[in-house]
Design a protein around this ligand. Structure first.
Ligand code: HEM
Ligand SMILES: [Cu+2]
Length: 586
């Protein structure tokens, strides 16, 4: 393959980020930085949410809020409808614009060609386009804060009628339309990405790189792309129908309802249909996040336990099982929606069945840890933190999967606790693990270990301190999406727990500053990284840090073995890279 002679990685970082590039590494970094920026915005919204719940502004007005959001808070008192906009935008940003974007767009782009021994993605131009459409989606989404009525306020799940009727509440106006357009753009961008990742993995693997020699990370990114390609379009269809309901007077999702005592002129639509269309994507979506997280953690654990991946093929089958079953469980979000009650049983059963392949994968990773010569580096600590959190969150999920429990727990803080432990925290930990792990490859420098470890421990105690008590709040009946519990006599006694959670959340948020400082400091001053600082076997570590444009010298690397030859017997080193030929006797 011909490739240019200009070494693009020598451009300054900001130049690589701000141009239309077709190099997968540049595009990966563009996604990476944009997604982190979105995370900071989403985190700031979380800060305001916790401020309100911990120190309700009706009791203690917060003038800085009115200064920041003149329309959302008057006299330092947050408006309830603005609170809804905050939770909606926080959820949307964190699920799609941070986690999905950084996992598939950021790490997927950066790592897939490097790990399979390709020079770039199959469709480089489409890849560049995918990033800039994502960028536009971010802008359109955030514009919501600037329009009349404020940002979308129907929840990240955008249930009708709040999302279908422009007049339902302030955030149901332009903010909601922008939300739908932003999601449509996001899906277009993500589809372009998925097509690229799938084609690249199928067609551009280098000589010797069979499917069962792929690193776990690439397997998971590949499966996540397939899930995205199969399920995101369903949400696109739903979003278009919702736009028609809003602007052209159709009633796909508009039920016969009264607004302010007046029967609306339209009706007879089915809001539950939206729930099906949303969750047909929405549930697989959470696996679009947790699969790559499992992939990173699997690879990081093998690297730092210095052990061959335990039952690698079984683990890959487990991943495929998770991906397949995750498409069949969506209605566990709708046990109380009024759908046919007979549906609860199969969906309950299938939901609980997901834990079989899930536990298989986790046991394979635990088997890899077992008896390993473990190096507790920062990426390894975050990977182990992920395992702890994913198990805790999984148990929360199992208890919700039983329909009889869910009737009580649905729409309470128990659910909020569940998905923040498993997605908000465990997937976040995997993203941190991956960032500390691949930072040397991305930027050619190491991150600071001491700061990294402080970041890890404060975050670990932080997330458990914030999200475990939420389960208790839910069991005690606290509903999600209420902006104060002081209005309800039966909830008032829970206020001190909310204050505790908010304080823990502020510590957690402050601890993330350690990461930001470490990141930018290391970018400039970090210790210079060698090509393979962790002694890892996979291909990306067999080229320079950072890799040149085109990734490899004049010849593509050839692969002779699987990705996990750690601590091989009779070897002078404790690992054998995939590029090392087998001895003649084998
Ligand atoms: C075996 C594992 C799991 C089981 C059995 C499970 C089960 C459930 C159930 C039944 C609900 C619905 C609760 C309700 O709304 O009443 C739920 C909600 C949720 N789960 Fe899980 N879950 C599991 C793993 C995960 C994972 C891995 C993620 C993400 C990475 C995740 C993310 C979510 C989210 C985001 C919601 C709430 C959505 C919302 O209503 O806003 N879950 N889970
Ligand atoms: Cu689900």
């Amino acid at each position: 393959m011909a490739h240019e002679h200009t070494v693009v990685t020598e451009l300054p970082l900001w130049r690589r980020l701000l141009r239309f590039s077709t190099d997968h590494k540049d595009i990966g970094l563009q996604y990476f930085f944009t997604a982190w920026a979105m995370a900071i915005i989403g985190g700031f919204l979380a800060f305001i949410i916790r401020w309100q719940l911990g120190f309700p502004t009706q009791v203690k007005p917060a003038p800085w809020l009115s200064w920041l959001f003149p329309h959302g808070a008057e006299g330092g008192v947050l408006k309830p409808e603005f609170y809804y906009a905050l939770v909606t935008m926080h959820g949307t940003i964190m699920v799609f614009f941070f986690q999905t974007a950084i996992l598939s767009g950021g790490f997927g782009n950066f790592l897939i060609p490097l790990q399979i021994g390709a020079r770039d993605m199959a469709f480089p131009f489409l890849n560049g386009l995918s990033y800039w459409v994502f960028w536009a989606a971010c802008i359109v989404l955030l514009l919501g804060f600037a329009v009349e009525g404020g940002a979308a306020a129907g929840g990240w799940t955008a249930y009708p009628p709040l999302s279908a009727l422009k007049e339902a509440m302030p955030g149901s106006g332009w903010g909601m339309t922008l939300w739908l357009l932003a999601m449509a753009l996001f899906i277009v961008s993500s589809t372009m990405g998925s097509l690229n990742y799938i084609t690249t993995v199928l067609n551009l693997r280098t000589k010797g790189m069979t499917m069962f020699r792929l690193p776990f990370t690439t397997w998971t990114l590949f499966l996540a792309a397939i899930l995205g390609l199969l399920t995101f379009p369903v949400l696109t269809a739903g979003a278009l129908m919702l736009l028609l309901d809003r602007h052209l007077g159709t009633s796909f999702f508009v039920p016969t309802v009264h607004i302010a005592g007046k029967l609306i002129e339209r009706g007879n639509g089915n809001p539950i249909l939206w729930q099906h269309l949303f969750w047909f994507l929405g549930h697989p979506e959470v696996y679009i996040l947790v699969l790559p997280a499992l992939g990173f953690v699997g690879d990081i654990v093998a690297t730092f336990a210095r052990k061959p991946f335990y039952a690698y093929r079984l683990a890959v089958l487990g991943l495929i099982g998770i991906a397949f079953l995750s498409c069949l469980v969506w209605a566990h979000h709708q046990f109380v929606s009024g759908m046919n009650p007979y549906l609860a049983f199969p969906f309950s059963l299938l939901t609980i069945l997901v834990s079989v392949p899930f536990a298989t994968v986790l046991l394979c990773i635990a088997g890899t840890l077992w008896g390993g010569n473990i190096r507790f580096t920062t990426p390894m600590l975050f990977a182990i933190g992920f395992l702890s959190l994913v198990v805790t969150g999984g148990f929360g999920g199992l208890s919700l999967g039983v329909a009889a429990n869910d009737l009580h727990l649905h729409d309470t803080y128990y659910v909020v606790g569940h998905f923040h432990v498993i997605m908000g925290s465990s997937v976040l930990f995997a993203i941190y693990a991956a960032t500390y792990f691949w930072f040397p490859k991305m930027f050619g420098r190491m991150m600071n270990e001491r700061l990294g470890k402080w970041h890890f421990w404060l975050s670990l105690f932080g997330v458990y301190g914030v999200f475990l008590p939420m389960h208790y709040l839910g069991l005690s009946g606290m509903m999600r999406r209420i902006y104060t519990l002081l209005e309800y006599d039966f909830l008032k006694h829970l206020q001190p727990i909310n204050t505790f959670i908010s304080v823990a959340a502020f510590v957690l948020i402050a601890a993330q500053a350690l990461f930001v400082v470490n990141f930018f400091w290391s970018l400039k001053r970090g210790e210079q990284a060698s090509a393979n600082p962790w002694g890892a076997t996979t291909l990306e570590w067999q080229t320079s840090s950072p890799p040149p444009h085109g990734n490899w010298g004049t010849e593509l690397p050839a692969v002779y073995r699987w990705a996990y030859d750690y601590s091989p017997p009779d070897s002078p080193t404790d690992f054998r890279p995939q590029t090392e030929p087998l001895p003649a006797s084998q």
